[in-house]
Design a binder for this molecule. Structure first.
Ligand SMILES: Nc1ncnc2c1ncn2[C@@H]1O[C@H](COP(=O)(O)OP(=O)(O)OP(=O)(O)O)[C@@H](O)[C@H]1O
Ligand SMILES: Cc1ncsc1CCO
Ligand SMILES: [Mg+2]
Length: 540
């Protein structure tokens, strides 16, 4: 069978490993279960099999692949691929050089290469379209399948660098699959986050081993994977920017929704913030629950209008944090992430980055140092958990906020004397291969919220953390058709206006703290955003 290379569907690429077959299954039975339920490409990768056995296995798998009209790729063994007339070969960086493989295989076969660095993309681009047809981009996450991993996992940021290189070196023909440590709990996020900076290219598929090969019920496992790829949240639709911007009327509607829905706001937050955050949540007509109990997170996430604030100021055990992220992501309930002191120490950097690559966040909120560091526009490390507000360039802060919003497909908030809010969620809809339809970070809508300097806001602890509580209340309280950007911008506008009001009523930082809760309570319950003091402007 000759497959037209352009027609190959890379979306769900099964790589075999017969060392992990569960009892009662065979290599062929697992492959067939996969093919029946949505696997679109198969690679035989058997590192410890003798040549004769390898050939026999390959012939058997080939029969099944032909039955389902799915191409068969052989890992590394060009001789076996040629002997059985397989559809293609996949080689790694230390296997036979690509031009030699191509010479042996001829022009019509599919040739895949494992790639982890932009320089390798440059090489394949120089070879041109007749050499490499697709690349396995990885290793994305830690995996047990690679026995002697030479490289440390690259995460979505590493994959973005490879996708950027494919664009930079104009290797338009080359398809991509993500590889390494991909599982049902991270596939959707990987698809939505791995997009080139110019918005034009995302992964064409994902490749995995254990979730099908080691599954006691490979049919069900494949169906689940297929469901995630085709799922309702990450639908196969074109990306669109939100056309509407928040107004005082839309913010008023958000507050009405929060009032009637009374969201349950789970806080996993630092010790300094816990009491303050609980009181702010109550002032906003919502119910706080300060819980770090791993076994209850999925129950909490399932309560109607549940919302999670995840603040890494002082930290619960990482397994608890991951369980919470998983639980809220699984049922599509919002998470507000506050990476406190993001780059203040190596420990914080590593912890926050681990969480950022682990889950999908509706909103990421930080002070200007945190957002600049997240956007990699800050060369200096942070000094502590407070911002270096100083004299900040608004263009730089907007740029940083847009980059964070774009990279993490989130609503990003950057706080300080003025606050920026950028919308990068694209309605939560993504399509394999097509990136963000050419929309880039700079195109994202951004709002500026301002009310003149209120220095006393920086003189109480956890004022930023409590803005996180406010955002979590607002997005949690939305009806199912409510607008997330309106909710986040509304929360920031309310908080700034309340800060201003409290600053005129207080005697010092102690009473400011109390006055801030009073002002939030008052402005929320009056619900007249048109009379709030802070201004709301589009940035352009
Ligand atoms: N100089 C200022 N003028 C006006 N508003 C300010 C000023 N500084 C901070 N704010 C407001 O105070 C809140 C907290 O912002 P900040 O940038 O200080 O957060 P943070 O450093 O993360 O706070 P924390 O870590 O103490 O919780 C935001 O709502 C922000 O708009
Ligand atoms: C003071 C402090 N230390 C860790 S978290 C926190 C609250 C403000 O971010
Ligand atoms: Mg903070």
């Amino acid at each position: 069978m000759v497959f037209a290379k352009n027609d190959v569907d890379y979306s769900l690429y099964l790589v075999t490993d017969s060392t992990m077959l569960p009892p009662g299954t065979t290599l062929c039975s697992q492959v067939e279960a996969g093919l029946k339920n949505g696997v679109t490409l198969v690679q035989i990768r058997e590192k410890d099999t003798e040549t004769r056995d390898f050939v026999e296995e390959a012939l058997e798998v080939q029969k099944i692949c032909k039955k389902y009209k799915v191409p068969l790729i052989i890992n590394d063994r060009i001789d076996v691929a040629m002997a059985i007339d397989a559809d293609g070969v996949h080689v790694g960086q230390s296997d036979m050089p690509i031009p030699m493989v191509r010479r042996l295989l001829g022009p019509s076969k599919i040739l895949g290469w494992s790639v982890g660095k932009p320089s390798e993309v440059e090489t394949l681009a120089k070879w041109g379209p007749d050499m490499v047809d697709y690349i396995g981009v990885g290793t994305l996450f830690p995996t047990l399948t690679k026995k002697n991993p030479k490289k440390s996992p690259m995460g979505p940021q590493g994959a973005i660098a490879v996708l950027d290189a494919l664009e930079e070196f104009k290797a338009i023909w080359c398809r991509t699959v993500g590889i390494g440590g991909l599982h049902p709990d991270n596939i959707q996020r990987v698809i939505c986050q791995c997009v080139s900076s110019n918005g034009k290219r995302s992964l064409d598929g994902i490749s995995l081993v254990s979730d099908i090969m080691a599954a006691p019920d490979a049919c069900a496992a494949t169906k689940r994977l297929r469901g995630l790829l085709d799922g309702s949240k990450y639908q196969f639709v074109d990306c669109k920017l939100n056309e509407t911007f928040p107004t005082t009327a839309s913010i008023q509607s958000v507050i009405s929704q929060v009032s009637s829905n009374r969201p349950l706001v789970q806080h996993i937050t630092n010790k300094v913030h816990q009491n303050f955050g609980a009181n702010v949540t109550l002032a906003l007509g919502s119910s706080p629950i300060m819980s770090e109990i791993e076994s209850e997170v999925s129950e909490l996430a399932r309560i109607p209008n549940a919302s999670l604030l995840l603040n890494t100021g002082s930290v619960a055990p990482i397994e608890t944090l991951k369980a919470a992220i998983n639980a809220y992501n699984e049922v599509n309930r919002p998470i507000t992430f506050d990476p406190v002191g993001y780059s203040a120490t190596e420990t914080r950097l590593c912890l926050n980055n681990t969480l950022l690559t682990y889950g999908q966040f509706t909103c990421i909120k930080g002070n200007c140092s945190e957002i600049l560091s997240l956007a990699k526009l800050n060369k200096d490390k942070m000094k502590g958990v407070d911002a270096n507000s100083g004299n900040m360039d608004i263009n730089l802060l907007v740029r940083a906020t847009q980059i964070v919003a774009f990279q993490y497909r989130t609503i990003a908030v950057c706080t300080g004397e003025f606050d920026c809010v950028a919308n990068g969620i694209f309605d939560g809809k993504y399509k394999l291969s097509s990136g963000t339809a050419g929309i880039t970070a700079e195109d994202l809508p951004c709002m500026i919220i301002e009310d003149g300097p209120i220095p006393i806001m920086g003189d109480i602890t956890a004022s930023g953390c409590s803005l996180g509580s406010t955002i979590a209340c607002f997005i949690g309280g939305l009806n199912s058709t409510g607008n997330l950007f309106d909710a986040v911008v509304g929360a920031v506008l309310l908080y700034k206006s309340a800060g201003k009001l409290a600053s005129t009523r207080c005697q010092g930082s102690g009473s400011f703290h109390v006055q801030l809760i009073d002002a939030l309570y008052q402005l929320f319950h009056e619900n007249k955003p048109e009379s709030w003091s802070a201004s709301l402007k589009k940035f352009n």
